[in-house]
Write a protein that binds this ligand. Structure first.
Ligand code: GDP
Ligand code: CA
Length: 311
């Protein structure tokens, strides 16, 4: 079964890891690049790198991002030189940003650079940036527009988000690799990632929704997994952001956002009572345990999600 998954960072990476255990090299993950940023002159792609380190089996399990056993010597020395230290890069992690930036400067596409990093780490799946062109998510808080990582890391997701925009999106387009993967997909999985700032940017890439629609028209199923469980995000600001953006913080709220796009939304057992309302939106709402705590629960949820797509 050829599988394409859409993913952000920490939540997306966990299900992607389970999907890789099921599908191996037949998995393609299309990742959000709206969170990307420049640090110390280097391009950092947080969601891509979270998925890459997770699929490579070297992620820090406790944080969900970064590399296990990371050290911080470069970050400490950068602080000595007066560099901002609110977004710290670990020593090993830094190597990826150096290689990425160097190769981009030599004219390689972001997709090619990322594929090189993944192959070097022995990742079985393909992880594709949603676009090669830079797209930058910005959020409007009470005191104006913030760069995404300024909001997310520096201000600890505390500001209330009133508006979201994706700068550069009009000049971006779906990559040939993402188009080909969707053209060959038997199943498309929308991972349990933030619908507004992780999945939202991917779906906004010109050509992406049309490619998904073509896949559906030839019979591929699209299945989402709700990142909202019992009305709350497990981690991060998705629940508060849904509410401040005028949506409902619930699996039903997620279903409304994905109505018309997905054939099914997998929801958690605690949300079983929402299934009829979700079904009324024109999708099935299979119920299972959706909290991924270890490799086994990642793989089980991935297998169940693929089984829904095969139905
Ligand atoms: P980020 O880019 O690192 O913020 O991560 P994502 O956007 O990919 O994922 C954030 C979402 O993942 C949050 O809304 C969490 O509720 C959700 N999430 C994290 N772990 C799990 C899990 O084990 N199961 C489910 N269903 N959702 C999860
Ligand atoms: Ca992210």
């Amino acid at each position: 079964m050829r599988v394409v998954a859409l993913a952000g960072g920490v939540g997306g990476a966990k299900l992607a890891h389970g999907l890789q255990a099921e599908a191996g090299a037949d998995l393609t993950v299309i990742v959000n690049t709206g969170d990307d940023l420049e640090r110390h002159g280097l391009l950092v792609c947080p969601d891509h790198d979270t998925v890459m380190y997770t699929l490579a089996g070297i992620a820090n399990r406790e944080w969900g991002w970064g590399i296990a056993g990371e050290t911080w010597n470069a970050a400490e020395q950068l602080a000595v030189y007066g560099e901002d230290s609110w977004f710290r890069l670990g020593d090993r992690d830094l190597a990826a940003h150096i290689v990425r930036t160097d190769r981009l400067r030599r004219g390689e596409r972001l997709t090619a650079v990322c594929r090189h990093l993944q192959r070097s780490l022995g990742v079985a799946a393909a992880i594709l940036p949603m676009a090669d062109e830079p797209v930058r998510t910005r959020v409007r808080a009470d005191d104006g527009w913030l760069e995404f990582q300024d909001y997310f890391v520096r201000r600890h997701q505390e500001p209330t988000v009133h508006e979201i925009r994706f700068d550069g999106m009009e000049s971006a387009s779906i990559t040939p690799e993402a188009r080909d993967a969707l053209a060959g997909a038997d199943a498309i999985v929308i991972c349990p990632s933030n619908p507004l700032v992780s999945i939202g940017p991917i779906l906004a890439v010109p050509g992406m929704q049309a490619a998904i629609a073509r896949a559906r028209a030839r019979g591929a199923r699209v299945v989402g997994v709700s990142p909202i469980i019992g009305g709350h995000a497990l981690k991060g600001p998705a629940d508060r952001m849904l509410v401040s953006m005028g949506h409902e913080s619930s699996a039903l709220g997620v279903a409304r956002l994905y109505a018309g796009l997905v054939d099914a939304l997998v929801i958690d057992a605690v949300d079983a009572a929402l299934a009829p309302a979700i079904a009324a939106l024109g999708m099935s709402a299979p119920v299972t345990e959706t909290i991924m705590t270890d490799d086994e629960s990642r793989r089980r949820l991935a297998a169940e999600t693929l089984a829904v797509a095969a139905r």
